[in-house]
Write a protein that binds this ligand. Structure first.
Ligand SMILES: Nc1nc2c(c(=O)[nH]1)N[C@H]1C(S)=C(S)[C@@H](COP(=O)(O)OP(=O)(O)OC[C@H]3O[C@@H](n4cnc5c(=O)[nH]c(N)nc54)[C@H](O)[C@@H]3O)O[C@H]1N2
Ligand SMILES: Nc1nc2c(c(=O)[nH]1)N[C@H]1C(S)=C(S)[C@@H](COP(=O)(O)OP(=O)(O)OC[C@H]3O[C@@H](n4cnc5c(=O)[nH]c(N)nc54)[C@H](O)[C@@H]3O)O[C@H]1N2
Ligand code: SF4
Ligand SMILES: [Mo]
Length: 731
């Protein structure tokens, strides 16, 4: 272990705070990092504590899920993969193969995986958990501006005079972005903070205006604001005429959204709607922030476009303090987009359906024309459907825990159990998904491999390794490259270091919207984190500047104009009825990260959030005879959970909220996704994880409470979870 200070990035959320690791043993905020200026939240501050707990150290294999795992060598593991790939190519063809990856990979991992699957194996069946997270934002930016890419930068947080936060609990989920905004808000009394969320979250609690709308009613609200701005004639006629298309039909649509209709649909006071519209109209620079309350919806793309519409209507884009800013969830969700980490994308913001794009990538990869399939591959949910029909013959999962995070878990688990061959690459053991794997591959995680990640403001940070991977763990990109070489693609995977991988990727972005061809590991180490666009040949001074997109108001559509989105409001897919009268929404808590693979193993965070719960409004609690702390059963058409009730006026009447963090390893009956459904946005295919219809009842008291046990912490497991432990979590 070196005594030196290693500069890196926090591996949790998309804020992308710079960290300094001292002597491999202490972590502190990096004051020189332009995104976070030395700040960190509790997750960043405690990240080192999970690195040595319950790690998967060696490849483990079993021929079928009812057998115990046995340790095998890397050589044998890679042979098994190569053999199986050849067999599937021979019998089913390339589309029998699927890779399901993650926004928690480094860019280098993503890029090598892309090259292997979409280039060498010839299938686009490569999706990631970003499908559950960012795909609506990608689709909305692309439809409105002609390209993906959040146009804003964090400096805008200090330049805005109206921050419009919708479907984002920024205080808990993007804490350092929120700190920056909140400091600016506190310092300047004219700055307004508007929060749109069915819950009175920590974010809403400090807002000047909180619109506690019904889940799924966002488009009513956004069109309602547009209606008023047009009626008051406070729109930017010049911007609309010179830089947009679609205004006339948009105006027709929003005409219907009278304040009373909107207030009724959203369950808010019409005066609050008028206030929000007034602040939007009066402000010099309006910055909107959004995340999962918008994206995770069956009309996610339309919701995000309806928000972007308000910026087009008022010319609030391409200037300091203004613009529609999608906050990315995972630390490298952005890098995933840059490298083409969804089933319809290719590296450099390219599309598999575009023949020129395929050709450019094939040439770069030195592959023959026609190597990349023109068909978009299976999305996350379509992979599950493919397992159900038998179309998917080999599933390779890495850096995600789908046995907790996908909707309709009972169906997901049944499908995973049918998979003829599942390879699972993770750092920890067990996770809920390891119960469904035939082959487990131990991975190096943050701090154990050097690579890059891009945060929400398009800033790329070099994350340097400061410790060796434990046991026989390897970086994901090394595993993909070795499989590629063994399949006969020696030339394509002749990488020795991740810096070489990055260099090849960066060159492929030249001239693209996400041009980072002016970056290299060496330059990032020398200059520190850099935003794109950063074209080859740019000077150090230019590379270091804060950058916004669309400052010239020229968009990336063929006509150079931004397009108004033209969707009417639909509401949620599963409308409450007599049988299932309430809407359940799901989300996150400040301390925990997703399925707890890291944060569940950190005592301070466990103490902060000791158990799951379901929030219920006092009026609903009274109606169903539920007292605070009582155990209740929550049932949807797909499953049931039992949780302690948290009776609180912070949730809108008719709505319930439960966190997503407790899968089967951490609680016997709390998985939010036991209840959710897979109905998705038709454009982005992002599932509506934020709303399903449920009913509730007081549960019979539980048996005498047992002390919850943590998952087994044997650092070198000889056997994995058995079939029994798959059905009955070790609690
Ligand atoms: N602490 C913590 N931080 C994280 C993560 C974590 O696991 N823990 N994960 C990261 C990731 S990957 C992501 S994607 C982000 C997510 O960040 P956020 O999107 O901020 O988090 P969520 O809690 O999923 O959802 C945000 C809010 O949406 C509200 N909401 C639900 N339905 C609707 C609706 O119909 N309309 C509106 N307007 N709001 C609605 C919920 O009440 C919730 O407060 O967080 C990132 N940061
Ligand atoms: N109900 C409901 N469901 C949701 C959501 C919701 O709001 N509500 N949110 C959705 C969203 S936005 C997201 S992003 C997903 C997140 O869901 P998941 O991706 O399933 O959650 P994580 O717990 O972050 O799983 C990441 C895994 O990757 C491993 N890992 C970390 N780094 C590496 C690495 O470098 N290599 C490898 N091989 N493994 C690594 C970790 O050990 C961990 O097991 O959940 C989605 N599901
Ligand atoms: S705000 Fe996000 S990136 Fe920053 S320390 Fe917290 S979890 Fe890490
Ligand atoms: Mo996410």
């Amino acid at each position: 272990m070196s005594d030196a200070v290693t500069k890196t990035l926090c591996p949790y959320c998309g804020v992308g705070c710079g960290l300094e690791v001292v002597a491999g043993a202490k972590v502190r905020g990096d004051r020189a990092h332009p995104s976070s200026l030395g700040m960190v939240c509790v997750k960043g501050a405690t990240v080192l504590e999970a690195l040595d707990k319950d790690r998967l150290l060696y490849p483990l294999y079993r021929a079928s899920l009812d057998q115990p795992f046995a340790r095998i060598s890397w050589d044998a593991a890679l042979d098994l993969i190569v053999e199986r790939i050849r067999q599937v190519l021979h019998t089913t063809g390339p589309d029998g193969l699927c890779l399901y990856g993650s926004g928690q990979w480094q860019t280098e991992d993503y890029y090598v995986a892309q090259k292997l699957v979409k280039g060498c194996l010839g299938t686009n069946n490569f999706d990631t958990n970003s499908r559950l997270c960012m795909s609506s934002a990608v689709a909305a930016y692309t439809a409105s501006f002609g390209s993906d890419g959040p146009p804003c930068c964090y400096a805008d947080l200090e330049h805005t005079d109206c921050a419009f936060l919708i479907g984002t609990n920024t205080a808990e989920c993007h804490p350092i972005v929120f700190n920056r905004l909140r400091q600016h808000h506190k310092k300047h009394s004219h700055v307004k903070l508007v929060v749109v969320d069915p819950r009175r979250t920590a974010t809403a609690a400090v807002a000047d205006l909180h619109l506690a709308i019904r889940p799924g009613s966002d488009i009513y609200l956004l069109h309602g604001i547009a209606h008023l701005l047009i009626a008051w004639d406070v729109i930017d006629h010049r911007f609309i005429a010179q830089h947009t298309t679609g205004f006339a039909p948009y105006q027709q649509i929003v005409k219907k959204y009278h304040p009373q209709l909107v207030a009724d649909a959203c369950g808010i006071d019409p005066a609050a709607l008028v206030q929000a519209a007034q602040w939007w109209a009066e402000s010099q620079a309006v910055l909107s922030l959004w995340s999962m309350g918008i994206n995770q919806s069956r009309e996610g793309t339309a919701k995000a476009q309806s928000l972007i519409n308000l910026h087009l209507l008022t010319g609030q884009i391409g200037k300091p303090g203004a613009g529609p800013f999608s906050l990315t969830g995972q630390p490298n969700a952005m890098g995933g987009r840059e490298t083409g980490g969804l089933a319809h994308l290719l590296p450099g913001y390219r599309w598999v359906t575009n023949p020129d794009h395929r050709r450019e990538v094939e040439t770069h990869w030195q592959l023959p024309p026609g190597s990349i399939s023109p068909q978009p591959g299976r999305t996350a949910w379509q992979i599950i459907e493919g397992l159900e029909t038998g179309a998917v013959q080999m599933l390779w999962i890495a850096a995600t825990n789908p046995a907790v995070s996908l909707p309709h878990l009972e169906r997901v688990k049944a499908a995973l159990a049918r998979s003829p061959f599942t390879v699972y690459q993770d750092c920890y053991f067990p996770t809920e998904t390891s119960a469904y794997a035939h082959l487990l591959l131990p991975c190096a995680q943050w701090g154990e491999k050097t690579g890059t990640m891009t945060n929400s403001e398009r800033r790329v940070t070099l994350c340097q390794a400061f410790r060796a991977p434990p046991g026989e763990a390897k970086a994901d990109w090394e595993i993909f490259a070795e499989v590629g070489r063994r399949l006969g693609f020696a030339q394509q995977f002749a990488f020795h270091t991740s810096a070489e991988v990055f260099a090849e990727f960066a060159a492929l972005t030249q001239g693209r919207p996400c041009d980072l061809s002016g970056m290299s590991h060496e330059r990032l180490a020398r200059l520190g984190p850099l935003q794109w666009p950063c074209p080859a040949g740019c000077t150090d001074a230019a590379a270091r500047q804060d950058k916004r997109l669309y400052t010239d108001h020229r968009f990336l559509t063929p006509d150079g104009r931004a397009h108004f989105g033209l969707a009417d409001a639909l509401g949620v897919a599963e409308v409450p009825d007599d049988e299932y009268p309430l809407v359940l929404t799901t989300g996150r808590l400040y301390g925990h990260w997703h399925t707890q693979t890291r944060t569940g193993r950190i005592p301070k965070i466990q103490q902060m959030h000791p158990q799951p719960f379901v929030e219920i409004h006092p009026s609903d609690a009274e109606r169903w005879g539920i007292t605070d702390g009582a155990l209740i059963t929550v049932t949807s058409r797909r499953g049931t959970v039992q949780l302690p009730a948290k009776v609180t006026p912070d949730i809108a009447p008719g709505t319930l909220f439960t966190p997503m963090h407790w899968g089967a390893l951490w609680h016997p009956s709390a998985a939010a996704n036991a209840l959710t459904h897979p109905a998705a946005c038709p454009t982005s295919q992002q599932p509506e994880l934020k709303a399903c219809a449920v009913r509730i009842a007081a549960a019979t008291p539980p048996p005498a409470a047992k002390t919850p046990e943590r998952p087994p912490s044997d650092p070198a497991p000889a056997t994995g979870p058995t079939r029994e432990s798959r059905q009955e979590p070790p609690l």
